[in-house]
Write a protein that binds this ligand. Structure first.
Ligand code: SF4
Ligand code: ZN
Length: 328
């Protein structure tokens, strides 16, 4: 990841990566536009607020951010992933006309086949998506919306995450999108605060079952401790431990077995760090890599090929933690 800058004409972050497109690994580029930030700002684990601009970036600033990213795009990049410090389709962050210029510029690079743009569901409506599609179809570029659903459980989303929307809002946005040929990716959050490891795993398995009818891709985000968040306050008081990597291995393996046609991804940010998802430290690197390798191959056998003595400790945590913790 490139160094984070504070200037309004430089994005919050840009990095190249690998993703699946129509079942094949391709090169991707991810940009986090520095915008005025998410209007919601209330999620317990979210540190995007730290990355947002102090004064609203102008249209030229946003287009300069885009050029900075395009300058780091390899020749063979087929997938362009857009994040802001909030929602790409929120006019308060990026106006309709600027959004259209951004989409047109990305599509006109020639190699991009699909754009994935992250947004909260309340900004999705037929007009917004039709306007984006009107531009992208000229270049034969597909559009996918990515939404941070986090969980299909409205109580957990409300009380542990404070997300401010309900599962039905996600479903409505996804149905509107699919009616006009836009696919949906759902981000699920493994282990928000206040849940035991076992409850968190069960929440993800239930969420995957609930979400697959509305999403062709499900990305499992492993909660990490970001600066100036509720999760950090709990972590500092030793009231929060990020998820075990074994939990993600277990969930993805089960999920792929249940729904072989759905693409499951996970990029464990901060894996191995105290503030990130981790096992025993000895095996963190190799287990995190197995999650990434699985994401790009969808091959479950990769997940069962990793091993470490701490697996038995994780099993004990799952078996016993609920007896000393107050779960949902
Ligand atoms: S909606 Fe997204 S960007 Fe906004 S506070 Fe929540 S996690 Fe952060
Ligand atoms: Zn280990």
């Amino acid at each position: 990841m490139t160094k984070r800058h504070q200037s309004n004409d430089i994005p919050a972050a840009v990095w190249p990566g690998q993703d699946l497109l129509n079942g094949k690994p391709v090169r991707s580029l991810t940009i986090i536009f520095r915008t005025i930030g998410c209007y919601w700002t209330g999620c317990t684990m979210c540190g995007f607020y730290n990355e947002s601009a102090i004064t609203p970036p102008t249209r030229d600033d946003l287009l300069s951010q885009l050029e900075y990213a395009i300058g780091r795009m390899g020749d063979q990049t087929n997938l362009f992933k857009i994040f802001t410090s909030g929602s790409f389709f929120d006019n308060r962050e990026i106006s309709l006309s600027t959004r259209n210029l951004i989409l047109e510029r990305i599509a006109s690079t020639g190699t991009i086949k699909k754009i994935v743009a992250e947004t909260r569901p309340e900004f999705i409506n037929k007009d917004t998506l039709s306007s984006a599609l009107g531009i992208l179809e000229k270049y034969n570029v597909k559009l996918e919306i990515a939404m941070g659903l986090e969980t299909s459980n409205d109580v957990i989303r409300d009380e542990c995450i404070n997300k401010g929307f309900i599962f039905t809002d996600f479903i409505k946005a996804s149905v509107i999108a699919s009616e006009i040929g836009v696919s949906t990716k759902a981000y699920l959050l493994l282990k928000p605060p206040l849940l035991s490891e076992k409850t968190a795993i069960n929440d993800m398995l239930a969420s995957i079952i609930d979400t697959t009818p509305y999403s062709s891709t499900i990305s499992l985000n492993l909660c990490n401790v970001q600066r100036a968040t509720t999760v950090e306050r709990l972590f500092n008081k030793k009231d929060y431990r990020p998820p075990w990597l074994w939990s993600a291995v277990f969930i993805l393996s089960q999920a792929k077995q249940m729904f072989p046609e759905v693409t499951f991804m996970s990029d464990p940010v901060g894996a191995g760090a105290k503030r990130g998802p981790h096992n025993c430290r000895k095996c963190d690197k190799i287990v995190a890599q197995s999650l990434r390798d699985f994401s790009i191959t969808q091959d479950r056998s990769i997940l069962s090929s990793v091993d470490c003595d701490c697996y038995y400790l994780w099993e004990k945590v799952i078996e016993l933690e609920d007896f000393v913790y107050v779960p949902y």
